[in-house]
Design a protein around this ligand. Structure first.
Ligand code: HSE
Length: 399
């Protein structure tokens, strides 16, 4: 029997424990051998719960136990996760994690460490929760050139935006709901300010390019400023506002951003609501693909982590093939990107706007004293400059 250890018995950790124990027959069938959870590491005690039998408080016990071949890191954050993961890999143990912060920050180094020690460093759950997206990009699409990925990669913000749109509810009420359902990060600003989606698109872009796309270099805007008026403008045009993380790949560079975006019914992402995530991938041979499913939550995320554990056990004794993020990808400066946009301006600036911008559509009367305009695709730098001159109230990308 293969032995695994789980670091962290929070929402995801307890989910992984449950999946590996409750679905043990299915897991054994897929892995080629049974997998037992030998240790669960947590600072807390869980008196009376089955996990009590395997609970430990000292990481040394895990890292020094040669019987443990797979370590599952689901604590989140960078400290002490990074040290624990690095030491596990150096001790010859494969690591599976759902921790996108860890992968976005230390991915290249941890993948290289894993390969050096002939073990695996896997993170299917770090992007899109339960949706298989990393394996498809790594394995199923390896003969395609991927030229675009656009996704709703954060469940919390999609949940908040969906309910704001349907119920006209406030942002604060919906955030509290998302937290109580276990969707939100420990620090919810990671969700609402777009950093969680930013790390995820950085990871997907790194997989596509084989180079590191630094999340710190990706222009990122969250949803905290999105108001009921913005929602009303979108619905007047039969559109929705979604937090979109997108990357376009050319031979020369990657252009990548995270931003609240108005999207219409012609986009498959329009139909991705609630906590559901959706990832649209375009490959030059396969065409358009859409991956959707639960992007957050205990069991969807645990399902993806457990699948990584199965891959680790199944590959015992075989040479290990990790992803590589070698060197840095070249990012196009945001101002050079092209996008269509929606702009709210004071009514008094309408004539000026018509002269300055390629206005396509106008809308009046949604909010007093202002107008909404849409402009066809142009340089982001030029949109920003025009918005400044026109005292714009809100600028949103349109897709
Ligand atoms: N807070 C994240 C989300 C959890 O809402 O999508 C999954 O990464």
């Amino acid at each position: 029997m293969a032995k695994a250890a789980i670091l962290g018995y929070g929402t995801v950790g307890s989910g992984v424990y449950d999946v590996l124990t409750k679905n043990s027959a299915r897991v054994a069938e897929s892995s080629g051998e049974a997998i037992g959870v030998k240790y669960v590491l947590d600072l807390r005690d869980f008196p009376g719960q089955p996990v009590e039998k395997v609970l430990v408080h000292d990481y040394e016990q895990i890292v020094s136990d040669p019987e443990v071949s797979v370590v599952v890191e689901v604590m989140g954050g960078l400290k002490p996760s990074y040290d624990f993961v690095k030491r596990a890999l150096e001790a010859g143990k494969s690591v599976c994690t759902s921790n996108k912060a860890l992968v976005a920050e230390y991915g290249p180094e941890l993948l290289e460490t894993a390969s050096r020690h002939n073990v695996l460093f896997l993170f299917e759950a770090a992007v899109g929760g339960g949706i298989p997206i990393i394996r498809p990009l790594r394995d199923c699409l390896s003969a395609d050139r991927i030229d675009r990925i656009a996704g709703i990669l954060n469940g919390t913000t999609n949940y908040i935006l969906t309910r704001m749109e349907r119920e006209g509810s406030t942002y604060d009420q919906m955030l509290a709901d998302a937290q109580s359902l276990g969707y939100a990060e420990r620090d919810p600003s990671a969700d609402v300010d777009g950093w969680d989606a930013c790390r995820k698109i950085a990871i997907l872009s790194s997989i596509v390019t084989g180079k590191q796309v630094r999340y710190q270099d990706i222009p990122t805007e969250g949803i905290a400023k999105i108001s009921r008026e913005d929602m009303r403008y979108a619905s007047e045009w039969g559109m929705k506002i979604k937090l979109i993380a997108a990357a376009d790949f050319t031979a020369a560079h990657v252009s990548c951003h995270v931003a609240p975006t108005m999207i219409g019914k012609d986009s498959q992402l329009y139909y991705v609501d609630d906590v559901i995530n959706g990832v649209h991938v375009h490959g030059d041979q396969v065409g358009d693909l859409l991956f959707t499913g639960a992007g957050a939550g205990k069991y969807p995320t645990a399902s993806a982590v457990a699948c990584d554990v199965v891959e680790c056990v199944r590959s015992a004794g075989l040479p290990k093939r990790n992803l590589t993020f070698a060197g840095r990808a070249q990012l196009l400066p945001e101002d050079e990107e092209q996008t269509a946009a929606f702009i709210r301006i004071p009514q008094t600036q309408l004539d000026a706007a018509r002269k300055l911008l390629p206005v396509e559509k106008e809308i009046h009367g949604v909010a007093p004293g202002e107008a909404g305009i849409s402009v066809s695709a142009m340089r982001v730098g030029d949109i920003k400059a025009a918005a400044g001159k026109l005292d714009a109230i809100r600028v949103l990308r349109m897709a």
